[in-house]
Design a protein around this ligand. Sequence first.
Ligand SMILES: NC(=O)c1ccc[n+]([C@@H]2O[C@H](COP(=O)([O-])OP(=O)(O)OC[C@H]3O[C@@H](n4cnc5c(N)ncnc54)[C@H](OP(=O)(O)O)[C@@H]3O)[C@@H](O)[C@H]2O)c1
Length: 283
Amino acid sequence: MEIIKLRNGVEMPILGYGVYQVSPSECERCVLDAIGVGYRMIDTAQAYFNEEGVGNAIKKCGVPRNELFIVTKVWISNSGYERAKASIEESLRKLKTDYIDLLLIHQPFGDYYGTWRAMEEAYKAGKLRAIGVSNFYPDRFIDLAEFSEIPPMVNQVETHVFNQQTEAQKIMQQYGTHIMSWGPFAEGRNNLFSNETLRSIGDKYGKSVAQTALRYLIQRGVIVIPKSVRKERMEQNIDVFDFALSGEDMQRIGQLDLGHSLFFSHYDPQTVKWLCSMGKRSC
Ligand SMILES: NC(=O)c1ccc[n+]([C@@H]2O[C@H](COP(=O)([O-])OP(=O)(O)OC[C@H]3O[C@@H](n4cnc5c(N)ncnc54)[C@H](OP(=O)(O)O)[C@@H]3O)[C@@H](O)[C@H]2O)c1
């Protein structure tokens, strides 16, 4: 497993396991399977309603806590200093741990400056080993990085072969921030799993389309967190460290970039209204 060193020296695996859309009832089993096949980084969120399942797996897996790297995210409804502070305690309780390895602000909406202050405080208190953001496009990312004492160490944004985020990654690098991909397979959109370019390149190395898509991101220094509820796919998705794509392969895959989201844009007023309405519901 390759390791990424964050700005503060904390080390995190470049590949982990994401649990978005893993039901609360299945989450514990999935995370135990993932840890069993070798994953050490788990990505959850308050808004996934499955932090408790992750916490149960942390307790039961038999792997020492300091060998695991747990990521969770503060949801919009918990934005603002006081609410965020309370929600960090809640996440710690649900995750059954006394520290979180990486905490992210899930969305750049609500009082996320207040959230950031609560996170900086918890970081200094040793409850969080690293802090970052998610879905911060360059404009909001630069704003927060410029006006906070501790700039984000990670920014988790939609990143896959069809939305490669090369410009955003360059801006993050200027602040010593690591890019982390959500949706490394674009959840299969745009027929990713039957893409001919990925298939023909993968065939040369005896690797699947999924493995080729992940390897491309990893070689660009992008942290990835593929999700699958199936153990055999978990095994396949972590088996990407015994081959390297050539410069020519990287270039060909680079050409698949459409340069826009396959989900929704955080610049679209309707998306912003929709996310804000979800933030007003309790969660
Ligand atoms: N910060 C954010 O706003 C945000 C947003 C979305 C996601 N995330 C994080 O990013 C993680 C990954 O993104 P995602 O879950 O949206 O989507 P994803 O990882 O791009 O794709 C998951 C889909 O691909 C399928 N799949 C997985 N491995 C496969 C393989 N080897 N071959 C064929 N199909 C395969 C899965 O099906 P099966 O499960 O049936 O195998 C599932 O339908 C999430 O779990 C979450 O932790 C964060």
